[in-house]
Design a protein around this ligand. Structure first.
Ligand code: 5GP
Length: 192
């Protein structure tokens, strides 16, 4: 079977372990590339422009919205985040599927814009307490940001039923295996 171009959308509250799951997925599945989003958030730690995000000023981000260059965009934790139409177009043209690590609002917008290509997956943390522990353990966020992210997490968890798949990340290896199986099946890619 030929691989199908898919938009694999993964959403999860901050601290649910989504980044590690995405990294493993990208390493294991050929023809799946990560979409680098644009954001107005300031770079954290060693983050670099063009690697983790395209870091933009609010003015530049707004100009990009006006020019219709986003497939979706949303305000998350007080900053703008968006997926460029170009990123998706280029990947599809090269015969790749795209992994989108975006929030719940963005996931729904992608489904509306690309109903037959998108697969929506929600990564569920074992509990809200565990989530807060992981978020604090990172040591990168201020107390205000932690509170903002925890409120957002509760709002996002309330929406997980609208996703095509929900993966419980209580045990990393099992969750990663489950995720890979879902994505391979949606892309029509068998195990090597
Ligand atoms: P962080 O600031 O921790 O990198 O990301 C915060 C949240 O923004 C995460 O839930 C992440 O998935 C989401 N996000 C990242 N890029 C995008 C995007 O392009 N669009 C949307 N809607 N959300 C995004």
């Amino acid at each position: 079977m030929n691989a199908k171009n898919r938009l694999v959308v993964i959403s999860a509250p901050s601290g649910a372990g989504k980044t590690s799951l995405c990294a493993k997925l990208l390493a294991n599945i050929p023809n799946l590339v990560l979409s680098i989003s644009s954001t107005t958030r300031a770079p954290r730690g060693t983050e670099k422009h063009g690697v983790e995000y395209e870091f933009l000023t609010r003015e530049d981000f707004q100009a990009k919205i006006q020019a219709g260059r986003f497939a979706e965009w949303a305000e998350v934790h007080g900053n703008y985040y968006g997926t460029s139409k170009d990123t998706i177009g280029r990947a599809f043209q090269a015969g790749n599927s795209v992994l989108l690590d975006i929030d719940v609002q963005g996931a729904k917008l992608i489904r509306q814009a690309y109903p037959s290509e998108s697969v929506l997956i929600f990564v569920q943390p074992p509990s809200i307490e565990e989530l807060e522990k992981r978020l604090r353990g990172r040591g990168t966020e201020s107390e205000e940001n932690i509170q903002k992210r925890m409120k957002n997490a509760r709002d996002e968890l309330a929406e997980m039923d609208s996703f095509d798949h929900v993966i419980m990340n209580d045990e990393f290896e099992r969750a990663a295996f489950e995720l890979e199986a879902i994505v391979r099946q949606s892309m029509g890619v068998t195990y090597a």
